[in-house]
Design a protein around this ligand. Structure first.
Ligand code: 5GP
Length: 189
């Protein structure tokens, strides 16, 4: 998606440790007009029936919410918890954090993720794939069907895309990065 690539090229900054900072329009301050255009693009790419959008807090929520309006369905975000033993009616999955290191648990209430759901997964970045694999795990526990996964930015030189696609999930990224470095910036696929 040209508009997103241009925005990344103009405002994104690459930090050591393979982190692209896009705090001006995606991860801290958010641009709703850009989110709307992104949501429309995902709708075009996923014309199938979608009954629920599933993301993970926190950065995915804004994007997912605008997309939910476009798809006309509710948006569910998996919560992050540091508690290991969570009682009650929740699905849980362990996720290795890309930006903070360590493993955290994501969880969602069983009553909001149903076997009848047709789920579109959404997230801001796809790097090693752990966040999306965690969401897939929640859907598998619920017996929900996964329509596909939309991400804003796929760092295509990292293994996440391959890992998620190997699970039979269609992944659509709106910007795909072939390489990036603090000195040379971002190169798109
Ligand atoms: P994964 O689980 O695919 O390794 O990483 C995805 C998660 O890590 C995303 O939800 C995102 O929050 C974070 N992430 C991964 N790479 C980047 C990056 O380059 N920049 C930012 N801002 N977040 C990233």
């Amino acid at each position: 998606m040209k508009e997103l690539e241009e925005r990344i090229a103009r405002e994104g900054r690459v930090f050591a440790g393979d982190v692209l900072k896009v705090d001006g329009f995606l991860n801290h301050q958010m641009d709703p007009a850009l989110f709307r255009a992104m949501a429309r693009e995902w709708r075009r790419l996923f014309p199938e029936e979608v009954t629920k959008i599933l993301t993970v807090e926190a950065s995915g929520i804004g994007l997912a919410c605008v997309a939910g309006e476009e798809f006309g369905c509710p948006v569910l975000f998996a919560k992050k918890s540091r508690t290991r033993n969570i009682a009650g009616s929740v699905y849980t999955a362990p996720v290795e954090s890309y930006t903070h290191g360590g493993v955290y648990t994501i969880l969602c209430a069983k009553e909001y993720l149903l076997p009848t759901d047709k789920v579109l997964l959404l997230d801001d970045f796809l790097a090693n794939g752990n966040a999306l694999l965690g969401l897939l795990d929640l859907c598998a526990q619920a017996g929900a069907a996964v329509v596909g996964a939309g991400v804003a930015v796929e760092k295509a030189y990292q293994p996440g895309g391959e890992r998620v696609r190997a699970r039979g999930v269609r992944v659509e990224a709106l910007a795909r990065i072939a390489a990036m470095s603090p000195d040379e910036g971002v190169r798109f696929c």
